[in-house]
Design a protein around this ligand. Structure first.
Ligand SMILES: *[C@@H]1O[C@H](CO)[C@@H](O)[C@H](O)[C@H]1NC(C)=O
Ligand SMILES: *[C@@H]1O[C@H](CO)[C@@H](O)[C@H](O)[C@H]1NC(C)=O
Ligand SMILES: *[C@@H]1O[C@H](CO)[C@@H](O)[C@H](O)[C@H]1NC(C)=O
Ligand SMILES: *[C@@H]1O[C@H](CO)[C@@H](O)[C@H](O)[C@H]1NC(C)=O
Ligand SMILES: *[C@@H]1O[C@H](CO)[C@@H](O)[C@H](O)[C@H]1NC(C)=O
Length: 177
């Protein structure tokens, strides 16, 4: 019986470690909101967005924030050639809403945005190169970030799994005694 309790303890410690690792791995890095141009209303002419973008690291799950005068400017997602040529017809997506607009960077790929009404020619264009966050590619063992307040929601189902695993382990043992 004592032996069994020790085994149970060892298993619990082991499973808790696995659970802790899973919790951390499920989290990764918190998404970052990138203010395009660096300010609150910096989607505007004569800002060097290339310079701004080179100084940022965009990861999958991050957000772009476009702050601008919605009566003058807009934000259109376009392809590479339209971006290069400031070609605003047949754009891919109109991001424009109220002038404080966000865009979710959901894929690891280049995104291209321009402003219509000819403002692209005044520099209102930005290319954003999105990559996977380091935590998405790193093996879970090397992650060290502490669990956050979101952890308990993850723990409960995992704990239930752990308990059922232990129960089935002992059922398995019993059938062989
Ligand atoms: C923007 O900045 C980049 C990098 O500093 C530079 O190469 C480019 O010429 C600038 N573009 C304009 C339009 O000033
Ligand atoms: C990049 O950002 C850092 C920190 O915000 C700033 O000190 C630096 O001047 C920026 N570099 C460029 C090229 O914009
Ligand atoms: C934004 O992107 C992240 C990462 O791909 C995703 O988890 C999240 O659900 C997205 N949110 C919205 C509102 O689309
Ligand atoms: C980019 O989009 C423009 C406008 O829709 C279209 O005419 C052009 O063929 C597209 N280019 C590529 C390489 O997809
Ligand atoms: C983009 O969407 C905004 C808001 O829905 C709308 O007012 C505007 O006309 C649209 N622009 C284009 C070029 O479709």
């Amino acid at each position: 019986m004592l032996f069994r309790i020790q085994v149970l303890n060892t298993m619990l410690v082991g499973l808790t470690t696995v659970m802790a690792m899973k919790m951390v791995s499920a989290e990764g890095r918190d998404p970052v909101l990138h203010r395009v141009g660096g300010g609150r209303y910096s989607w505007a002419p004569h800002v060097n967005f290339t310079q701004w973008a080179t100084n940022q690291t965009f990861y999958v799950g991050d957000w772009l924030y476009f702050g601008f005068d919605r009566y003058r400017y807009n934000v259109l997602e376009v392809n590479k050639s339209s971006y290069e040529n400031c070609y605003e017809r047949n754009f891919m997506k109109n991001i424009t809403r109220g002038g404080r607009d966000v865009f979710n960077l959901t894929e690891a790929k280049p995104y291209y945005f321009i402003c219509g009404h000819g403002y692209c020619f005044q520099g209102m264009k930005v290319a954003v190169y999105v990559r996977y966050a380091p935590s998405d590619t790193m093996p879970p063992v090397f992650r060290t970030s502490p669990p956050s307040s979101r952890a308990p929601t993850v723990t409960l189902p995992l704990f239930a799994t752990a308990v059922s695993l232990i129960i089935s382990f002992f059922k398995f043992q019993e059938s062989y005694i």
